[in-house]
Design a protein around this ligand. Structure first.
Ligand SMILES: *Cc1c(COP(=O)(O)O)cnc(C)c1O
Length: 379
């Protein structure tokens, strides 16, 4: 699981006193996204959802392989425009301010409209804009890690109100429909969901100006398995499934984030103390979940590899160990009760699957510990 390149860099960083650190394996990222592109060759256009990880070097590594980038705020839009001035950008997300709408009109190629009121405010700018209307279809999203029910997009009743607004604002070009309904779905479930979205979108768009050449954005949400990092989303199966549903006049698009960048990132740190409390063994690591909030938000064990080093401090052997950080809160847990052969002060711990929703979703300054250092393999 731990590649030789990441292991060597982790050992160097430990020797140089540069832990905790994020290590991004850009060669692995390039290979992974190239494989996704190949699997989708007859399928949808691939956009990358920047919110998963907007690190500039992640973005520039992905750029040759993606058709565009999806952003969810004015901040992300400005950032992506700076890093990748030429790449098409789609701007989605609830609660866009008037300033963000004006910025989107000037700088984004597509705007995903979240409500009739947002469409009215966009229309009031009296500027040309290409929009997809975001629909929120009902239905239980069985097996989803995160169902996007609630305030995202418009339900089929509400979206009807957009027809009149569009009719009065001919400077706004309706291009099609957007739907991002759930995260954490496998290929077959996502293909079934895509079929549902396409049926609905084709019927709704019938008779509109874009009916001859509609765009349908199917969202992201491809599953990753933190319990088994080797169990990857079946992109080939998904690509075939979507290709079988597509019609020649349509442009289909997807915008995954997590399943693209998650495997390329590692949070590497080392063991500061090992101790037993009330019958349980703990290893206390440099840093904490203020650097990688993922295991707390998802309530999972972050997968890791131990790299033993020859320390002479406290150790534990052949016991389940809970890995925690330096924060003064019982929530600062990376992984619980994981059986280990041995773990000792000074050992290096490389947490895998830290390339998405990790550093950028974390509360970096809680307790004012130093930030991690950042390193990139295969620049
Ligand atoms: C978060 C988000 C995505 C990406 O979701 P992943 O689970 O990271 O693939 C795509 N589209 C929208 C609208 C989102 O909010």
């Amino acid at each position: 699981m731990l590649t030789e390149g990441v292991r060597l860099r982790a050992e160097e960083l430990a020797a140089e006193g540069k832990l905790p650190a994020y290590v991004y394996d850009l060669a692995a990222l390039r290979e992974h996204v190239a494989g996704i592109r190949e699997a989708l060759r007859d399928g949808p256009e691939l956009f990358y959802a920047a919110k998963a990880n907007p690190d500039p070097l992640i973005l520039t590594t992905l750029a040759p392989y993606v058709a565009g980038v999806e952003v969810a705020s004015g901040g992300e839009l400005a950032h992506v425009r700076r890093v990748l001035p030429e790449v098409p950008v789609a701007f989605g997300g609830p609660g866009k301010t008037d300033a963000e709408l004006a910025q989107a009109v000037a700088e984004a190629q597509r705007i995903h409209v979240e409500s009739p009121y947002e469409l009215e405010r966009l229309a009031a700018l009296r500027r040309e804009a290409d929009v997809l209307l975001r629909v929120n279809l009902a239905g239980e999203r069985r097996g989803a890690a995160l169902a996007m029910s609630g305030p995202f997009g418009m339900d089929p009743e509400t979206i009807e109100r957009c027809r009149g607004i569009l009719a009065r604002a001919p400077w706004i070009r309706l291009r099609g429909i957007h739907a991002h309904l759930a995260s954490g779905l496998d290929a077959d479930t996502l293909v079934r969901q895509a079929a549902e979205i396409m049926d609905w979108a084709r019927a709704w768009l019938h008779g509109t100006d874009c009916a001859d050449a509609p765009e349908i954005n199917l969202g992201g949400g491809m599953a990753v398995d933190y319990g088994d990092p080797g169990n990857r989303f079946d992109w080939a199966r998904y690509g075939r499934g979507i290709a079988a549903l597509a019609r020649p006049n349509e442009t289909l698009r997807i915008e995954p984030g997590r399943a693209i960048s998650v495997y390329a990132g590692w949070y590497v740190t080392d063991v500061l103390d090992v101790k037993k409390a009330h019958g349980r063994w703990y290893a206390i690591l440099r840093g904490g979940t203020q650097h990688i909030r993922t295991p707390v938000t998802k309530n999972h064990d972050q997968p890791f590899t131990l790299i033993p080093r020859d320390g002479d401090g406290p150790r534990a052997a052949d016991v389940p160990v809970t890995l925690v950080g330096q924060l003064c809160t019982p929530k600062d847990v990376f992984a619980r009760e994981i059986p280990v052969d041995r773990i000792a002060v000074g050992d290096v711990v490389a947490f895998a699957m830290a390339g998405a929703y990790a550093w950028n979703i974390s509360h970096h300054d809680f307790l004012m510990h130093p930030h991690p250092t950042f390193h990139y393999l295969d620049l």
